[in-house]
Design a protein around this ligand. Structure first.
Ligand SMILES: [Zn+2]
Length: 313
């Protein structure tokens, strides 16, 4: 007599630490501690309000350090340290003479080193918080989400590609339909890289559909509203996934920006690569579209004869 359990059809997302590949994140995610010198006043708790008012009225503001807590307790003493202003903002002598005019001459000024940047992940938070307490709220809402099923799809897409050369496959993740799969053909033309060739195939298909409204146009229209249709329908690969055997070069990485792809999965880093090796074009702050990049999808030994691993592609 067992009651039937209702099986909920929600995907179980796998935490980042257990992903079978690596996300290529912007440099700031790998940044180590960089300190900035800040004056702090050492006071007894009863002086807090007077001191904060003084700082607000008389001292330069602590701009850009909103991630630092303003007050910390001095361990083992009934004392507090309150951040005042950047040490570079005024000489310490000037600060102490300002204290004298406010009858705060008993206050001791110390210089502390605080993380210049807000921590972006728990690892940075734990390391940087040691020098001065910081605020950190882990926000995983924008993180990519993968289930085991997604991993299987990704692995199967990339394992089917011929790793003896550069091959690029463009997939619509909504339907798993392969929109294009082309190889490098720069022996026929120097610009015929696998990515460019594949985007070309998607463009050709789009032109063939030009009589009606293609899927890509429909998707773009839904996203932006009809008034911008003409402009946005130029973005060929909106929302598509790219699977590629080797890390794309700068030209291909830029072509992927312009065609608005969503995610790039490449298996093997390359010497001229622009998605992690030399640049991180996908995360460049001045570009108006960013895509996610993942690398090392499969073990190289599973897809390539070991003698070929170091060849330049
Ligand atoms: Zn290229």
């Amino acid at each position: 007599m067992s009651t039937k359990k209702q099986t909920k059809k929600t995907k179980a997302y796998i935490p980042r630490e257990q992903w079978p590949f690596i996300e290529v994140l912007a440099d700031e995610f790998y940044r180590s501690f960089e300190g900035v010198e800040v004056y702090a006043a050492e006071i007894i708790p009863q002086q807090t309000n007077v001191l904060l008012k003084f700082a607000q009225k008389k001292l330069p503001t602590l701009e850009g350090l909103e991630h630092a807590k303003r007050i910390r307790r001095v361990p083992g003493a009934d004392k507090l340290q309150v951040l005042l202003c950047l040490a570079s903002a005024l000489p310490e002598q000037e600060l102490t003479s300002l204290f004298a005019t406010q009858e705060l001459e008993s206050v001791q000024v110390v210089t502390v080193s605080i993380s210049k940047y807000a921590p972006l992940n728990r690892e940075q938070y734990e390391a940087w918080n040691k020098s001065w307490p910081l605020t950190f709220r882990e926000d995983t809402r924008l993180d990519p989400k993968f289930s085991q099923e997604d991993f299987d799809t990704i692995r199967s897409n990339i394992s089917l590609l011929d790793h003896t050369t550069v091959v690029c496959r463009i997939v619509d993740p909504a339907t798993n339909q392969v929109m294009a799969e082309e190889r490098d053909s720069r022996d026929s033309h120097p610009l015929h890289h696998a990515v460019i060739n594949s985007i070309d195939v998607v463009a050709q298909k789009e032109r063939e559909l030009a009589g009606g409204v293609g899927r890509m146009k429909r998707a773009a229209n839904q996203m932006v509203g009809e008034e911008e249709e003409t402009q946005k329908s130029r973005y060929l690969c909106t929302g598509y996934d790219i699977y590629i055997t080797y890390e794309p070069c700068a030209m291909c990485a830029m072509a992927l920006v312009h065609s608005r792809v969503a995610r790039v999965f490449y298996n093997i880093p390359s010497k001229t690569g622009a998605l992690g090796t030399n640049y991180k074009i996908h995360a460049h702050p001045s570009l108006n579209h960013h895509y996610r990049v993942f690398k090392n999808i499969l073990d190289v030994s599973d897809v390539l004869d070991s003698t070929l691993v170091d060849q330049e592609l």
